[in-house]
Design a protein around this ligand. Structure first.
Ligand code: HEC
Ligand code: FES
Length: 452
């Protein structure tokens, strides 16, 4: 994740809020209050927090649990039933005090009417501190301290609001300022579920081999794969942590190890988030363990938007790959028959991945005879653009008479290769498609569909 300073914990927040030297130290690392709040994440709910899994993890990695600086897991989604504000009861419905986080967790049932006149729910949601649950409910985490002079603010069931005992500041159920000396609304902590976190990690580390939608590419399908669903919790955690050995060559791994314990980039908590993501795709697992099911519960649906935000180029490639794998081919061709000259990019593989099936972008284009195609190497490694004999990408042979940039004069980064589509290319295969690849990275395969 591209977070340049570690997330802040409620404890740090407390220190910062209370002033003093420690606060100055923490504040020094921060940019703006907004970004600061955004980083104060609490992992609130999700499927990974079943007792057996949490227990097993604690046993394996005792010093990581609840460590200063790490996310705080405050429990299962089902421990905090939502309600309409009129039915709120502290600790039972709608509003819960979460002691380790010094925070009120507010869970508004679906269809809650919004509280303040003049502010609408949509605006509130875009402030990014409200989280929408899979069931259409809303969550918000409110810091317990009064923004006037810092007294702890209790929730009052009788008036369905937060009322500060010190000087009478008054906030509604979602922490908005109503009246009294406080200058603004209660502070909110950013919040996310382990499934959401898992989707963000997946969009960084896993989609390259397992596909944008978990549909499988060079790695197996993870989204809705019965074989994966049938793995035990421990097996899934162990596989992600330690990778998968290649039994015919134990010095190599079929899948890399992801846990920092084995030299990978991820903490054990990250691995638990990924576990939660994979389990969220299994409705049977969810219902068996008492988690909400339904269209919003499958975390793989959040991966594309995560990737689109963090790495638009990789996103384009991944979409092409997802289309390719869905159609069993290289996807629907992009129609470029109205152009005399087209540019195709050779893009870098997403970090940690190889260019498989391709870092040609787009992967599949439809062009006319006579079109001038320029490949631009926007990656950091040399490649070739080489037409192949026939249509079997698994054992490509160069078809140099069609086109080949050449294994001896590689297309270096920022260099280009140009080819004008010929009639010979049109007639080369009976379906008028030419597959091409990179001689250095033969798993990079793409396609031209040629029309006369
Ligand atoms: C470089 C490619 C690659 C990347 C990146 C990758 N995997 Fe894998 N993964 C594989 C391969 C290949 C296999 C299957 C190995 C085998 O043949 O048993 C696999 C298997 C798995 C399995 C077991 C599936 C089964 O059917 O048994 C899980 C779970 C898994 N990966 C999760 C992840 C997660 C989570 C990430 C991201 C942190 C990830 N993988 C990233 C290549 C990759
Ligand atoms: S500290 Fe809460 S109103 Fe003054």
């Amino acid at each position: 994740m591209s977070i340049d300073t570690p997330p802040i914990t409620p404890q740090q927040y407390e220190v910062l809020h209370g002033g003093g030297a420690e606060a100055a130290e923490i504040a020094k690392q921060r940019l703006s209050r907004r970004r600061f709040l955004r980083r104060s994440m609490l992992a609130v709910y999700g499927v990974a927090t079943t007792a057996s899994v949490a227990g097993a993890l604690y046993f394996m990695y005792p010093n990581l649990a609840g460590q200063f600086g790490s996310d705080l897991n405050v429990g299962k989604i089902t421990d905090f039933p939502g309600a309409q504000p009129k039915d709120f009861k502290i600790g039972q419905a709608g509003v819960f005090y979460v002691q380790p986080a010094k925070t009120y967790l507010v869970h508004l049932a679906p269809n809650t009417q919004y509280q303040l006149s003049g502010s609408n729910l949509k605006d509130q949601l875009s402030t990014e501190s409200f989280v929408k649950g899979a069931d259409g409910s809303y969550w918000v985490a409110l810091y317990q301290r009064c923004v006037h002079l810092g007294c702890t603010v209790p929730f009052r069931d009788d008036c369905v609001s937060f009322k500060c005992p010190c000087h009478g500041s008054h906030y509604n159920v979602d922490g908005e300022y109503l009246d009294g000396p406080a200058p603004r609304s209660l502070d909110r902590f950013a919040m996310s579920s382990d499934v959401q976190r898992g989707a963000a990690l997946y969009a960084q580390y896993c989609f390259q081999c397992h596909g944008l939608n978990g549909q499988g590419l060079t790695g197996p399908k993870l989204n809705g794969n019965p074989a994966v669903n049938n793995l035990t919790d421990d097996d899934i955690l162990r596989i992600i942590s330690g990778g998968i050995a290649n039994t015919s060559d134990p010095s190599k791994l079929l899948m890399p190890a992801w846990s920092e314990q084995f030299g990978g980039p991820l903490t054990q908590i990250d691995i638990q988030y990924l576990f939660a993501l994979i389990r969220s795709a299994d409705p049977n697992y969810l219902s068996k363990n008492g988690y909400p099911t339904g269209p919003g519960s499958n975390g793989f649906s959040q991966v594309p938007s995560n990737l689109q935000n963090t790495n638009p180029t990789a996103y384009q490639t991944a979409v092409a790959q997802a289309t390719a794998s869905a159609s069993g081919q290289l996807g629907q061709p992009v129609d470029m028959t109205n152009k005399k000259a087209v540019t195709l990019d050779i893009v870098p593989p997403p970090s940690g991945a190889t260019c498989s099936p391709a870092c040609f972008s787009p992967l599949n284009v439809k062009v006319k005879v006579g079109t001038v195609i320029t490949w631009v190497n926007k990656s950091t490694t040399p490649h070739t653009v080489t037409a192949m004999v026939g249509e079997n990408p698994s054992s490509p042979t160069p078809a140099a008479k069609i086109y080949d940039s050449g294994a001896t004069k590689l297309i270096m980064p920022n260099q280009t290769f140009t080819y004008t589509v010929t009639m010979a290319a049109y007639n080369f295969n009976k379906n008028h498609a030419v597959f091409y690849y990179c001689q250095i990275h033969p798993s990079m395969v793409a396609e031209l569909i040629i029309v006369p």
